[in-house]
Structure formats: structure tokens, C-alpha cells
Ligand binder design. Structure first.
Ligand code: ARG
Length: 583
């Protein structure tokens, strides 16, 4: 069970070797590019590149390749076209047999890769602050990557590096002590953390005694004062409650067990600085301990340092990130380390990695990867920070999405019972937000536009959910179960163009999921699922299913419907998007 290109590529390679390998040993192992074409199922255009090498017109090269090409068991037609393309048409028999293999496979053709340990650093909001849309995006993209890599057989270790340490904590702790546990002010931490932060900040800016209390509190916190730590812990606990509300609403897989916040690394920081200083990698500059690395210069070629201990003795973001990499390599035994964080942090990460390499904490066989997260913009194309004048509360944004989805489902399916519509609305609303986030390349910016996200047409979550629900309704209408045992017994016979296009896409699911895991690009899966849903739509228009001409055709088409549904549902699940039963 493999995608057509996977099957045909080695055959073309063999044909090239047989045709030209004797005279040109470098062509014994050619890696031809095969791609879907509008003129045939697959097109190989190896001839053009080879022509130059062997000094022969491309069409002649193509003819020589075809002469040696052994694809009788796979293709019904092989044809040379244009300047020297080889067009390959897969035989209906081969397509039917392959698609049946996928249908019989629990994994739907997705291979299990040789397992790696992959820590994924994602979400990472800050305590006592609102999560912003950037956090929303890393949470959604990171979670989809975690699901996909896990499904491919890897050992994923979720690392939620929350901001739970640093100077603002003196002020936050003092404010919590002032307002008192259980007060409405304190409860803001769970409902509107920005409001809590803002009042602490306002007091800090206007009240000198509060300011000096806050400063001493930081010192007490860093010294490990027990009472201070108790209050700090409550503050963090309430923030966790808030994060978990958001995670629950979003349906992401993060739990408290995945928390590995900045404070986790406190005990490591001094040792990290000492080791780097002893090794001569870090040096004191203007009172701060800094690492200067080749190739990092700012204005007027001034070297940019990675500051690992400030002149006041405090440690910074860079120091904790050195600790993350050491921990992930040494303790977690990572093979690949993913940092799903803002694109603007690229410089920071590269400096951290280069420092870690110098220190011997990041060996060559461990690959750190920055999965860059692009900005989410408002309608004004500025970073989305406010909505209708208020500052942005993520929970309010998600509630708005669900509310709008409710209106969509109310309009589309007034016949459904009220509780059913109430249950479907969050699946659509949250699915729409997540899908919109995932369907653009993670490093590109996009405009947050609820109306477009919720559209029932186009490359949207609801369009895919609708395609899945529609297939379910076909089975409901026929009084049939979607999945096995009937389904395994269903004989798949692919004949009509609508059936073929759909079947060929179904054969590609495995290689698409593999590519998403390798390239860390969920938008490829979105693009694939969108193509699949569209192909299903055309198939369904041109090929009657329940009213097919004969029982055999009906069975086969039901089989294609069932497989399409399973692939859609599995694909959406890898994206973290639910599939409503009805829409
Ligand atoms: N808390 C940080 C922020 O809100 C993100 C942390 C990302 N992870 C890391 N290891 N640096 O910007």
C-alpha cells in the first residue's frame, strides 16, 4: 500500500539506469520527480534534465526510458508528451486493489516511522497575563504537530514552558496579598488575568511603598522564602486554572503534567553560568555575564551578546532556555527538539542553540527546530490586540466564535433539536478557529476573520466537517453502519473518473501525513483534506451511490464513501478538529 508516486518512482529510476547507466554511472541512481498531471495520473519529467547530460533530445531520452520501463502491472497507458514528459495512467485494476488495501488498514495507509523522542515546546503563556493570539496559534499548531508525530509512532514529550518566574512576580504577589484570596479582584486571575495585571501595574506605577514592597518581595521569592513561595504557588495555580479553561475550550491535549515552566529550571541557572564562564564561553561585559558568538552583530557591526546573568545578578530568558535545551538533550534524550514559538524569537533561539553547541550540550545528532509562528492580524492588518475597542480576551474571542457558529447551524439545520445544535456549535466554532490557523503556513501572517473562518464553502473547517457529516447522512439514509465488518467485505471497483480522482487522493493520505511529520507543516494536511472533500463532492454529483445501477457498484461506492469519511475524520483529528455527526 503506497502512493502511486512511491510505487512508480523506483520503476522510473530503474528504467533510467537500464537505459543510460552503462555510459553514465551517475544516472544509475537518478531520483526522478513524479507529479500528478492533468493529462494523466502521474507525469515524470526526468528526460529534460537527463537530455543535457547525455546530449540527446529530451523526447528521445523519454522514448529510451519508456522502452526500459516496466510498469505493466500498475499502468494501463504510458505515453510521451510535450517536450519529453512521460505520462503514466494507472490501471483501474491497480487503483482498485490499492484503495482496498488502504480500506483494510486501520492506519489508513499511514506508516509507522522509526520512533524518535521529540520534545515539543508550545503554548507557553505567561502567568497572570492574558494569553494573546500568538499563544493561541502556537497552542493550536503545536498540538496538531504533537498529535501527528505521535500518530507516526514517535515519543512526543509536550513541554509547556509557561512564564512563571521573573521580576513582575514581586508586584503580582504583593497585589494578591493586598486584595486577598477569594476576593473578586483575585478571581480575575481566572477570568480576566489582564485586568489583575493592570491593577497591580497601576499600583506599582503610582504607589512608592507598594513599589518597594514589590522589590523586596522579588528578593524574598528568589531567596526561597517559604511564605512568599506559598503565595507564588497560588498565583500560578489560578493561572493554570485559566490556561486549562482555554485548553479545555480549544480541545488541546495539554495537561498539568506537561507544564515545565521557567521556574522548573531555577536550580540549574547558576551552574549554567559558572560552567560557561569557566569554559571561557561567557565573559563579563559591563557587569553582565554575556556570550558573544560569531556572526551575531547589530548596528555598526557591534556584537550582540546573549546575556545570561544581568549586572544585578538576575538570570534571564536566555539562561532558562539554555537549561531547556540541556534538559531536553540529557534527560529527555531528544532526537529532535521543536520550539513552536514566534518568528520574532529566531535570533534568541539561534543564539541559545549556538551557545549550547559550544558548551557541548547540543550534540550534532540532535536537531533543534524553530517552528516559526507568524502574526495574527486584525482587519486593520495590525497585530490583533483589541476587538471592538476592548483589549482582547481570548476566551471572549472563542465564545464569539461559538456564538457565530450557533447562528450558522441554526440557519443551516433548523430541523435539528435544540440540544443537538447546542452541542454542534462549539465543534464548528472552535474547529473553524483552529482550522483557519492551521490552513495557512505556520510562519505566514493571516487576518483573523471569524466570518470567513465559519464559511461553509472554501478551505475552511466547517466545509470539511460538512463533507464528513454528509457522508454520515448517506449511511444513515441507507440504514447502514459506516465501518466494518461490511465495509471490509465491500469490493472496491474504481471505473468512473469521479471514482478514480477520489481513489487516487485516498491513496495519498499516508504520504501526506508523513510529509507533515517530516516538514512540520500542518497546512499541507489541510490542503489535502480540502482537495479530498472537493473530490468527494464531484464524485457524489457524478456517481449515484444509493441509487447506483447495480448492487456491485453501489457496494463499491459505499466503500469509497466510508473510506473518505474515515480519512476525513482521522485527518481532522490529527489537526485537533472534531467531526460533528450531523451538520
Ligand atoms: N512565554 C514566552 C512568551 O510568552 C514563550 C516561551 C516560548 N518557549 C521558550 N522555550 N522560549 O513569549
Amino acid at each position: 500500500m503506497s502512493s502511486p508516486s512511491d510505487v512508480l518512482a523506483p520503476r522510473v529510476t530503474a528504467a533510467i539506469a537500464a537505459a543510460f547507466g552503462d555510459d553514465h554511472p551517475d544516472l544509475r541512481d537518478a531520483d526522478p520527480v513524479l507529479r500528478p498531471s492533468q493529462y494523466a495520473d502521474i507525469q515524470a519529467n526526468a528526460a529534460l534534465a537527463i537530455a543535457k547530460r547525455v546530449g540527446m533530445p529530451p523526447r528521445e531520452v523519454a522514448a529510451r526510458i519508456v522502452e526500459h520501463l516496466d510498469v505493466g502491472d500498475v499502468c494501463s497507458e504510458v505515453e510521451i508528451s510535450g517536450p519529453g514528459f512521460v505520462n503514466l495512467t494507472l490501471s483501474d485494476g491497480w487503483v482498485s486493489a490499492e484503495v482496498a488495501v488502504v480500506a483494510a488498514d486501520d492506519r489508513l495507509g499511514v506508516p509507522v516511522q522509526s520512533p524518535q523522542t521529540i520534545p515539543i515546546d508550545y503554548s507557553a503563556p505567561n502567568v497572570a497575563k492574558e494569553m494573546h493570539v500568538g499563544h493561541l496559534r502556537t497552542t493550536i499548531v503545536g498540538d496538531s504537530l504533537a498529535r501527528t508525530l505521535e500518530h507516526l509512532g514517535h515519543h512526543v514529550v509536550r513541554q509547556n514552558h509557561i512564564g512563571d518566574w521573573g521580576t513582575p512576580f514581586g508586584m503580582l504577589i504583593e497585589h494578591l496579598l493586598d486584595v486577598g484570596d477569594g476576593s473578586p479582584e483575585a478571581d480575575l486571575l481566572v477570568t480576566d488575568p489582564n485586568a489583575f495585571y493592570q491593577s497591580a501595574r497601576a499600583k506599582f506605577d503610582s504607589d512608592d511603598t507598594f513599589q518597594s514592597r514589590s522589590r523586596s518581595r522579588v528578593v524574598a521569592l528568589q531567596a526561597g522564602d517559604v511564605d512568599t513561595l506559598v503565595t507564588w504557588d497560588r498565583l500560578v495555580g489560578m493561572s493554570k486554572t485559566y490556561f486549562n479553561l482555554i485548553y479545555g475550550t480549544l480541545g488541546v491535549t495539554l495537561t498539568d503534567a506537561d507544564l515545565a515552566g521557567e521556574s522548573t529550571y531555577n536550580d540549574e541557572l547558576k551552574g549554567i553560568c559558572d560552567e560557561l564562564e569557566d569554559a571561557g564561553i561567557a565573559t563579563i561585559s559591563d557587569g553582565a555575564l554575556c556570550v558573544f558568538l560569531d556572526g551575531y552583530t547589530g548596528r555598526e557591526d557591534k556584537p550582540v551578546p546573549l546575556i545570561i546573568r544581568k549586572s544585578d545578578g538576575g538570570y534571564g530568558y536566555g539562561t532558562t532556555d539554555l537549561a531547556t535545551i540541556r534538559y531536553r538533550v540529557q534527560e529527555l534524550k531528544a532526537d529532535r527538539i521543536l520550539y513552536v514559538i514566534g518568528a520574532t524569537q529566531a535570533l534568541h533561539l539561534n543564539m541559545v542553540w549556538d551557545t549550547a553547541r559550544k558548551a557541548g550540550w547540543l550534540p550534532d545528532d540532535v536537531t533543534p527546530i524553530h517552528v516559526q509562528i507568524g502574526n495574527v492580524l486584525g482587519a486593520d492588518r495590525k497585530i490583533l490586540k483589541t476587538r471592538s475597542g476592548d483589549s482582547l480576551r481570548l476566551m471572549a474571542l472563542l465564545e464569539e466564535a461559538v456564538g457565530n457558529a450557533r447562528r450558522v447551524i441554526d440557519a443551516a439545520r433548523p430541523d435539528l433539536d435544540e440540544p443537538v445544535r447546542a452541542a454542534i456549535a462549539p465543534q464548528i466554532g472552535i474547529g473553524a478557529v483552529k482550522y483557519a490557523d492551521l490552513s495557512v503556513a505556520h510562519s505566514s501572517e493571516y487576518v483573523f476573520d471569524l466570518e470567513r473562518m465559519l464559511a461553509l464553502t472554501g478551505n475552511t473547517g466547517p466545509y470539511l466537517q460538512y463533507a464528513a457529516a454528509r457522508i454520515r447522512s448517506i449511511f444513515r439514509a441507507a440504514g447502514l453502519d459506516v465501518v466494518t465488518p461490511e465495509e471490509e467485505a465491500r469490493r472496491l471497483v474504481v471505473r468512473e473518473p469521479g471514482e478514480r480522482t477520489l481513489a487516487l487522493l485516498l491513496l495519498q493520505f499516508g504520504s501526506v501525513v508523513t510529509a507533515v511529520g517530516d516538514e512540520l507543516e500542518p497546512h499541507r494536511l489541510c490542503g489535502y483534506l480540502f482537495d479530498l472533500a472537493q473530490a468527494f463532492s464531484s464524485f457524489y454529483e457524478s456517481c449515484p451511490v444509493l441509487k447506483a445501477d447495480d448492487a456491485e457498484t453501489r457496494e463499491s461506492r459505499l466503500g469509497l464513501c466510508a473510506l473518505t469519511l474515515r480519512v476525513l475524520v482521522q485527518g481532522l483529528d490529527l489537526l485537533g478538529v472534531e467531526s460533528p455527526e450531523q451538520m
